[in-house]
Design a binder for this molecule. Structure first.
Ligand code: FES
Length: 176
């Protein structure tokens, strides 16, 4: 099934999420992950895909009819893991509506998308928390290899000062 229109009940918000139910949607989430993990982030193929894809629940997010984000959920005996979260870099549709209500933004994803979300949060005065990723050499605050620039000047270490930062704290989300 290839959808040619958004569901009728999405209202003014063009972003909606569906559980993957067919092969077309499975292809969409694989394409999204290839774009975000392999192209945007430069990860090798075997870091983006593994055999767990065939036993996981996948979710795909649409901006109108365009697939723009995905994640997978793996189920264990006592817990579930959310993994392989990816949003296309240009995608800020889920966050554009944040100024319309009493909401906060919590985001993780590729640096380009997080930088766009940071700007939206700061410009609109919406409480925004960003989970940053960074290559880490030491992981305990000694090497300063994971730093991110702060709005007030100076740097914070993602490994010990983060990884979650308020958008207003940051000067930008570095590409790393
Ligand atoms: S990884 Fe070394 S300071 Fe963060």
């Amino acid at each position: 099934m290839i959808r040619d229109s958004a569901p009728a009940d999405v209202g003014h918000n063009s972003f909606h999420v569906e559980v993957v139910k067919n092969m077309d949607q499975l292809i969409q989430i694989f394409a999204l992950r290839a774009i975000c993990f392999m192209e945007d982030t430069g990860l090798p193929y075997d870091h983006a895909f593994d055999g767990n894809d065939l036993q996981a629940t996948h979710v795909v997010g649409y901006d109108g009819i365009e697939p723009v984000g995905t994640m997978r959920i793996r189920w264990f005996k006592d817990f579930a893991k959310i993994e392989r979260t990816a949003f296309r870099t240009f995608t800020t549709a889920p966050f554009q509506y944040a100024a319309e209500g009493d909401v906060a933004i919590h985001a993780c994803g590729p640096p380009g998308m997080l930088e766009a979300v940071r700007r939206i949060g700061v410009e609109r005065g919406v409480p925004t928390q960003l989970a940053l990723e960074s290559p880490m050499a030491c992981g305990f605050g000694a090497c300063f290899g994971c730093v991110t620039p702060l709005a007030q000047g100076g740097y914070a270490r993602v490994c010990v000062d983060g990884p979650v930062f308020a958008a207003a704290e940051l000067a930008e989300v570095p590409a790393h």
